[in-house]
Design a protein around this ligand. Structure first.
Ligand code: CTP
Length: 426
């Protein structure tokens, strides 16, 4: 299903063929879904990849080395030590060679080992010895998947080590239980590998600032003016950019534990100060935060007491517009993406903000659509660019929108480096 429509844009990656010439290490751990590893290996090889299968000893109970080496046309590995061991340790060689390591199926056990750096066999040792992108396709009983230990381990490998999780499907698993835990289909696993090889590291070396959440403007020691922003879009954006190799700084009103720097702020002023301090060194600023336009003129140092009168006046004064200020000083080699949550006239309001604030892109959404936007895991947005192009993204998870924005940024950087004026000859 095609969910986005790109208009009037002629930017594209050149010579795209994600699997041709790529080395994929297919790690197979011991679950019933291991029988599908042969189809995955075959499909990856037919798409041009040089596939090397590595099995755990338990995986060998479900699928044979002979099948895998026949399909991949490469030796299939299992033993870490053996009589045929070369002078160079096999795991180091293969681990260095791989462009991508795919663990499919990934049992709860191997996910736990990966999360905690345990390497007690060839496969886990190779994962630790490699700097390749790692993708993990979990397959297990739904209760094992739901268990807080497994969820915690998945969170560690995803958010701390930048591994990608290919989400399991919902359905009946081998033992007859129904729930989420069926390994994703062979087609979607192979498609995810292709997509990842296309975009992996497209933001390496780029410093990207992301702001997230809603600012809180104090009235007195216990009260504030706030808004409904959950910070989910900004956190998804920071995670996606980090997974693609960017140096991410998240400036957030919402606390999150991540491997990249997270600077906690509360008010619009604090957010402005922090963004401004980082802006000069950044390649892109993605401003998802809902910044309060006004703050109380005076903040009471004491809790305001209930009065006899029914009404109380709160005088407000304007906050700085962070994007507006930074749009004015933005260099040609910097990209700014703003957001616009609108309740009416989405297209014209977003277009006006794009121009007025001198942004490169604006991501607009209609807040009157029920169940999406504020607080939800999903959103539907429109992306407008200064070059006049326009994309509609139908309802999708915020992480998918973030991945799309990372594509937009990657393409923009490619276009900017092509257009950069050649240096004068000495
Ligand atoms: N923004 C900002 N500083 C502010 C207000 C908004 O940097 N004081 C940024 C937001 O982070 C967002 C973009 O500007 O990326 C648009 O914010 P929005 O609240 O939709 O627009 P406003 O310019 O505040 O206009 P209005 O509230 O009138 O719609």
């Amino acid at each position: 299903m095609k969910r986005s429509t790109r208009q009037d844009s002629n930017e594209s990656f050149e010579d795209f063929n994600p699997l041709q010439g790529k080395t994929v290490l297919l790690g197979i751990s011991g679950g019933i879904a291991a029988y599908k590893a042969c189809d995955i290996a075959s499909s990856l090889r037919r798409s041009g990849a040089d596939v090397h299968a590595v099995l755990t000893t338990n995986a060998r109970e479900f699928v044979t080395q002979l099948s895998l080496q026949t399909i991949t046309r490469n030796p299939a590995h299992c033993e870490q030590y053996g009589p045929n061991a070369d002078w160079r340790p096999e795991h180091i060689d293969l681990a260095k060679k791989a462009d991508l390591i795919l663990i499919a199926p990934a049992t709860a056990d191997i996910i736990a080992k990966m999360a905690h750096g345990i390497c007690d066999d060839l496969l886990t040792t190779m994962i630790l010895a490699s700097s390749a992108k790692v993708m993990v396709a979990p397959a297990m009983n739904p209760r094992m998947l739901e268990h807080p230990a497994t969820q915690h381990n998945l969170e560690i490998i995803q958010n701390k080590y930048r591994y990608d999780i290919i989400q399991p499907d919902y359905g009946e698993v081998a033992c007859g239980d129904v729930g989420s835990g069926k390994m994703a289909s062979v087609e979607s696993i192979v498609a995810s590998v292709g997509a990842k090889l296309l975009v992996h590291n497209t933001l390496t070396g780029r410093h990207i600032i992301v702001t997230a959440g809603g600012t809180r403007e104090p009235i007195d020691p216990v009260r504030f003016i706030g808004n409904r922003s959950s910070g989910k879009m900004g956190i998804a954006m920071a995670d996606a950019a980090y997974a693609r190799g960017a140096d991410v700084t998240l400036i957030s009103t919402v606390e999150v534990d991540r491997a990249y720097p997270v600077i906690l702020v509360e008010t619009a002023f604090e957010m402005q100060e922090t963004v401004e301090a980082e802006f000069d060194s950044c390649d892109a600023l993605v401003m998802t935060a809902a910044v309060a336009d006004y703050r109380p003129l005076a903040v009471s140092s004491q809790k305001i007491k209930k009065k006899d009168s029914d009404d109380i006046q709160l005088e407000l004064t304007k906050n700085p517009d962070i994007l507006d200020l930074l749009g004015q000083v933005k260099r040609k080699d910097q990209v700014i993406i703003g957001f616009a949550a609108e309740s009416e006239e989405l297209l014209s309001n977003a277009t006006q903000k794009l121009k007025k604030k001198n942004l490169d892109y604006i991501v607009g959404n209609d807040i009157t659509v029920p169940d999406i936007g504020f607080g939800s895991d999903d959103n539907a947005v429109i992306i407008l660019s200064t070059d006049g192009s326009r994309e509609n993204l139908a309802r999708m998870p915020k992480r998918a929108i973030a991945e799309h924005l990372c594509d937009v940024l990657s393409l923009k950087f490619v276009a900017m480096s092509k257009n950069a004026a050649p240096k004068a000859r000495q």
